[in-house]
Design a protein around this ligand. Structure first.
Ligand code: FES
Length: 223
């Protein structure tokens, strides 16, 4: 974990942006850095997730504060949390954006394609700049894609986990899938610094902090 400075050099219509920063501060897919500015009115740092590689830094997933303009200096702490771990054996990779942008899943696509895997992205909209090698499917096809894949990455808000469980149970697939990793989105105001508990999620046996113990969990761990 490192502390350092970066700069937001470009913003995008999806409220993501391109950040230039030292290499040691670049999060892996599914990880995040906590960022704040010296012009922000809020004392709280903002979790900034990796979306894609970019020159001298990375493209950050959507949901950057609207007050952050290109050129703003960022104070960064990270990388933080447990990210996705793409198995080298994966041959049919599914990325499912259950209830939001697919941006936090996009970092899995280049290494999966490079390893020779077929990749299907399930999401609500038509993402820009996607490789033609990636098949895009609507949310209605989650069960079908889930049954096809041998590795599944899901991005979902904490409050929608019961809904995910019922969708997958309906497909009769929960216990049959070898590898399903779930990025759980919650507010993360302290990034484990103050152990505020705002990001708590219950696993099978105990409570854990999404900011510190996640945000990516094996589906089998989640209650
Ligand atoms: S954000 Fe405070 S403990 Fe996770």
């Amino acid at each position: 974990m490192h502390n350092g400075q970066g700069q937001l050099v470009e913003t995008f219509v999806d409220s993501g942006g391109r950040i230039v920063c030292p290499a040691e501060l670049i999060p892996a897919s599914g990880q995040y850095v906590l960022a704040h500015t010296d012009v922000s009115e809020s004392p709280l740092a903002v979790p900034v997730f990796f979306s894609e590689s970019a020159p001298n830094g990375f493209r950050a997933a959507a949901s950057l504060p609207a007050t952050w303009m290109p050129g703003v200096r960022l104070f960064l702490r990270g990388p933080l949390g447990r990210g996705f771990a793409l198995p080298s054996s994966a041959r049919r990779v599914a990325a499912i954006a259950f209830d939001d942008s697919s941006a936090r899943l996009r970092g899995l696509i280049p290494p999966a394609l490079k390893a020779g895997a077929a990749v299907t992205l399930v999401c609500g909209g038509a993402p820009d700049g996607l490789s033609e090698e990636v098949e895009v499917q609507p949310l209605e096809s989650i069960s079908e894609v889930y049954a096809w894949a041998d590795f599944v990455a899901i991005d979902i808000a904490r409050e929608n986990l019961p809904g995910l469980r019922s969708v997958l149970n309906g497909a009769g697939q929960v216990h049959g899938k070898a590898e399903t990793q779930v990025l759980v989105r919650t507010p993360m105001p302290c990034g484990a610094m103050a152990e505020c508990g705002v990001c708590a999620v219950v696993l099978k046996d105990n409570w854990v902090m999404v900011c510190r113990d996640g945000p990516v969990f094996d589906l089998a761990e989640l209650k």
